[in-house]
Write a protein that binds this ligand. Structure first.
Ligand code: 5GP
Ligand code: MG
Length: 457
């Protein structure tokens, strides 16, 4: 997962991109980068860490140019390396290419091997670099033609922002797995993963870049083509469940309201006699609100989040049990003591943090702990960009609900049904990728990446 942003035809392009990344920080905390283009070429600044740590007044001030793109990267296992920070930059005979990519390609191994056979040299292990090679390899001088020819060869998920000299390009794969929206700020066009980035810079939301659409922006002129045809859409449903910010509109619909609807639907599926409903903050909060309202049970904040937990807190020695969990969320004993509680979680992946939190709630004196989860059991890995572990590590893979309940230490456990989840969505159920829940992948399940590429990842 990653967050991407781009703007053109604006004197403060780098500064606005920085703000955009700041708003998209939840989509990736591992690294951040910005590239700008001016007549002399491309300038960039990137580094490991949060956008606020990577950039300062000086670095932003040095990025002079009226067109900029930026990227925040989510750390996925095995690929934490400063070489892999985006935007990825390349120079070739047509000029400069910079790319910011969200999503996972599924034919990486094939393309990688094919291009290496032809003599390509790769600097990184990112699938995004392959895209720059494909663009550069096209003999036709026209950038638009090269971009489309390159995109035609990709399989899997991509929402892309490219900077090709002074041309800004936004593209979404034909399935539309990952979001990308278009906005306008005065005469400047803006591209961003989520609308919360437009809100911060007071840009007006125009529309989503459509699945399979490629948008070309030069100064204040915009042009769009749809070179792909005949595909179903497969919007990532997990963007609504967990990943996107609740104040964003994703695929044209609000995330907060959708999450609340998931909670409502959960309450329709299971009626429980409880004293209170509480979320595991923050991600479970909206579904918990919906659940409490639908069930008519009081909503309480039974756990309080410490908002200042960074990556660098000093670890105590072993004598504090579950320190990492406790430092982030502290239960309010006075609210929980002797109560039968319904805890709402947005999703369970490995089950390990859930288990630790439930134990903390028990220690705080809750009498009965029931859990509602605002999505179905996650049983299959994601090949399209959500960082779900292998099947083996997914708690719901090959385990019954009863086994999961027992592992987490609950009195009862209730997952939202797949049909219920789809019925709570603002868009038609047909438009979503639900592979992580259903095991039904919208495209051919990619063959395992070749050993060679896996080793390098
Ligand atoms: P688990 O109990 O499975 O270890 O963790 C569940 C928690 O992880 C939930 O609170 C959920 O909000 C969160 N979660 C779900 N998906 C992701 C993800 O892709 N990345 C991160 N960091 N957390 C996630
Ligand atoms: Mg959570």
């Amino acid at each position: 997962m990653c967050g991407i942003f781009g703007i053109t035809f604006h004197k403060e392009a780098a500064r606005l991109t920085y703000l955009g990344l700041y708003a998209l920080q939840h989509r990736g905390e591992e690294s951040a980068g910005i590239a700008v283009y001016n007549k002399k070429g491309v300038l960039f600044h990137k580094g490991m860490g949060l956008a606020g740590d990577v950039f300062n007044e000086e670095s932003i001030g040095s990025l002079k140019g009226e067109i900029a793109i930026g990227h925040v990267r989510y750390s996925t296992t095995g690929s934490t390396h400063s070489r892999n920070i985006q935007p990825f930059l390349a120079r070739h005979k047509k000029g400069n290419i910079a790319i910011a990519h969200n999503g996972n390609l599924t034919n990486t191994a094939y393309l990688h091997n094919m291009m290496e056979e032809k003599g390509s040299i790769f600097q990184t292990t990112m699938d995004s670099e392959i895209i720059t090679h494909l663009i550069a390899a096209n003999p036709i001088k026209d950038f638009k033609h090269s971009v489309v020819t390159a995109l035609m060869q990709l399989r899997g998920a991509y929402s892309l922002i490219l900077m090709l000299n002074d041309l800004l390009v936004g593209a979404r794969d034909p399935f539309g797995f990952r979001p990308l929206c278009l906005g306008k700020l005065d005469n400047s066009y803006v591209l961003a993963s989520e609308t919360c980035a437009l809100d911060l810079i007071q840009a007006e939301y125009i529309r989503d870049v459509e699945p399979g659409e490629v948008i070309f922006i030069k100064k204040d002129k915009i042009d769009s083509i749809k070179p792909f045809f005949g595909k179903n859409h497969a919007l990532c449903i997990f963007e609504y469940v967990y990943f996107s910010r609740p104040d964003s509109n994703i695929f044209g619909e609000n995330v907060y309201l959708t999450r609340k609807n998931l909670g409502r639907q959960l309450a329709r599926e299971y009626s429980l006699d409880c004293d209170l409903v509480m979320p595991i903050p923050d991600s479970g909060s909206y579904a918990a609100l919906g659940f409490a309202q639908e069930a008519g049970i009081p909503y309480e904040a039974g756990m309080i989040r410490n908002h200042y937990v960074g990556r660098t807190f000093i670890q105590p020695s072993q004598f504090i049990r579950d320190f990492r969990v406790k430092v982030k969320l502290n239960p309010v004993s006075e609210v929980l003591k002797g109560k039968r509680i319904m805890v709402i979680e947005d999703s369970i992946v490995r089950g390990t943090t859930c288990r630790a939190r439930v134990e903390t709630l028990r220690d705080a004196g809750a009498k009965e702990i029931h859990m509602g989860v605002s999505c179905p059991p996650i049983t299959s890995p994601c090949f399209y960009g959500i960082d779900f572990p292998t099947r083996k590590e997914l708690i719901a893979h090959n385990r019954s609900i009863e086994q999961i309940r027992d592992f987490i230490g609950l009195d009862s456990l209730h997952y939202l049904s797949l049909e219920g989840m789809l019925s709570a969505m603002p868009l038609s159920g047909k438009e979503f990728c639900t592979a992580c829940f259903s095991g039904k992948y919208p495209d051919k399940v990619p063959r395992r990446f070749s050993k060679k590429v896996l080793e390098r990842k």
